[in-house]
Ligand binder design. Sequence first.
Ligand code: PHB
Length: 401
Amino acid sequence: MKLFKNGVSRRSLLKSSAAVGAGVVGASSLPRFAIGQEAKIKLGMMLPFSGTYAALGEAINNALVMGVEQNGGKLGGRGVEYVRLDDESDPGKAPQNANKLIKSDNVDFLIGTVHSGVLMGMVKVIRDTGTMTICPNGGAGAATGPLCTPNFFRTSFSNWQPAYPMGDVAADKGAKTAVVMSWKYGAGEEATGGFREAFEARGGKVVKEIMVPFPSVEWQAELTEIASIKPDCVFVFFAGGGAVKFVKDYAAAGLKDSIPLYGSGFLTEGTLAAQGEAAEGLLTSLHYADTLDNPVNKKFRADYENQFGKVADIYGVQGWDTAQLLIQGLDAVQGDMGAKAELISAMEKAELDSPRGLVRISAAHNPIQDFYLREVKNGENVVIDIAAKQLADPARGCKMA
Ligand code: PHB
């Protein structure tokens, strides 16, 4: 576990503000808000900063900090301190890592994470402690389904959401049979399940499901198997470093021109420079596209590129939107973390003017948003259609307390 810490701790600020107050009215009688103004809001950034999802964690972190800086470096009038922890996309370490941020670092908000399995490891801790949490990526359905809880919000998607519209797209293109392939863990299972649900509802048939262990990128035997099955299309969920390699290997195996490769759009997010020619022409669906023609997206992309020297992607968008949700929530309570019910209510009502378009928060605390059909053209994810308008996750099993 790597730990990075910046700035002064909340406790020392609380102590100094209490000491100042003690001479006048006594520390204990200081109004809560006066203390709050002195202390920084502490954000526990539990993200992968190493491994196949490292670039995803970095983009989320970069854009979240950028969003806060663009708000004068403040949330609800208070300065911000970040405590960063590399979760290594390791579900086994997730409860311990989340507990450390909550109980040792005393963070006000937990921000995390990317990997669905790690998210599931965090959820029990979040429910038990009531910690205010925003998930900027991990799509595990249960977090906004049976395990939904008032203190948990997501600014990204459920795994089902971006994959489901692609089942319709494949059917529209005339496909009758499909092979689905992914890593064998929650995100892969739920994404391929979403595709299957829509594709089979349209009379298609998933003839083979291929799952490889996370984060393995050894799939030559599986590509040979796909070539021999000859389905009408292949649908995959891969992301980060693994997505780069899969797209290149699929093309190198000679499959790209004979069997259309579809995916949820993570397949081509933050990866296009490395995938090069192998990605050209791929169709995917996602709640974002590089070329979305709205002023917020244009400014966001220009700012991100100026500041970090890289093109923005969906992970950055989700990080930036996490900052917007924090701003809307904490501004409503003027930075008072003690006003929890009001804070939650403000976050529920938030409308995010996102680079991806309008985002509203569902009753299960998951984004309601448009999903775009995109095609890779000249190294960009170009929007060619809306695959699903203002799509909400079904949130099966969520009963908000
Ligand atoms: C997930 O594990 O939920 C996950 C990871 C990477 C993505 C999307 C979903 O790009």
